[in-house]
Ligand binder design. Structure first.
Ligand code: ZN
Length: 255
């Protein structure tokens, strides 16, 4: 049984009802994503970007230079074109945005790209190893992780961004040696859920390594079904709940 292929996701079970989410504009959704991940410990103060190339558009929504993820509100969100020129919003953006413009150019499937230096993933990145998937949340990342092994310094030009995009290839999640992570997703909700789960998975892997014992192995068939369930059933309710709690505590995020 344990080694058999397991079905997962909505094919197995679909809820008859789910708690309602909050209707958001695109900028409000971005602001919520920044704060949700900052509260979760994913963001290193003001480092990193989230970009969203909305369906049918080239331009990207992005956070401005100088604001910490923890304090971004909807009216702070900027819009840049694919050459990183600011075309909307009241702030500026840094040349580091080329990590994102070039990855979006190379990967039309990656509508949302999240980059920062979450602590536990960055610890593993310091020694160049991917986290071992030691629990069922790790199933979310089965087959999706790639190590980019060479640290190349600041990515501040389209050329360097394109080189990094080539190294990332078709990976859903890249761990950047000596640096941090890139997490991609089809939607803001999916990418945020994946990012929030990633550092916890890295921390689990790190703690299991400290125990000095080999983790029990999860059967591949069970992992496959679990991954599908997490993607199909957990993403939207994770996002709805995270937004509900944030907006209740910090309603100005929507301003
Ligand atoms: Zn970085």
């Amino acid at each position: 049984m344990a080694n058999q292929e397991r079905r997962g996701g909505l094919e197995v079970w679909a809820p008859s009802i789910t708690p309602p989410g909050i209707e958001l504009t695109d900028e409000q959704a971005m602001a919520c994503a920044f704060r949700i991940l900052a509260i979760d410990g994913f963001a290193e103060n003001l480092a990193g970007h989230i970009t969203w190339q909305r369906p049918g558009q080239d331009n990207l929504l992005v956070n401005p230079w100088g604001l910490w993820w923890r304090e971004v509100a909807a009216s702070d969100v900027c819009e840049v074109d694919m050459d990183a020129k600011v075309v909307g919003g009241k702030w500026d953006v840094t040349p580091a945005i080329h990590i994102h413009t070039e990855l979006h150019r190379a990967r039309p499937d990656a509508r949302v790209v999240i980059h920062n230096h979450p602590y536990w993933a960055t610890v593993l990145a310091a020694v160049g190893i991917l986290p071992e998937l030691v629990n069922q949340t790790g199933a979310l990342f089965s087959g999706d992780l790639k190590m980019v092994e060479e640290y190349g310094g600041e990515v501040d030009s389209p050329l360097l961004g394109a080189e990094l995009a080539e190294a990332i290839g078709d990976a859903t999640v890249a761990i950047l040696a000596n640096h941090g992570v890139i997490v991609t997703g089809a939607t803001v909700a999916e990418a945020t859920y994946r990012a929030a789960s990633l550092d916890r998975v890295c921390r689990s892997a790190y703690d299991v390594m400290l125990l000095g014992k080999d983790p029990l192995v999860m059967p591949a068939g069970a992992v496959k079904g679990m991954k599908q369930s997490l993607l199909e059933r957990a993403v939207d309710v994770y996002w709805a709940g995270a937004v509900r709690q944030l907006v209740k505590a910090e309603p100005e995020v929507l301003d």
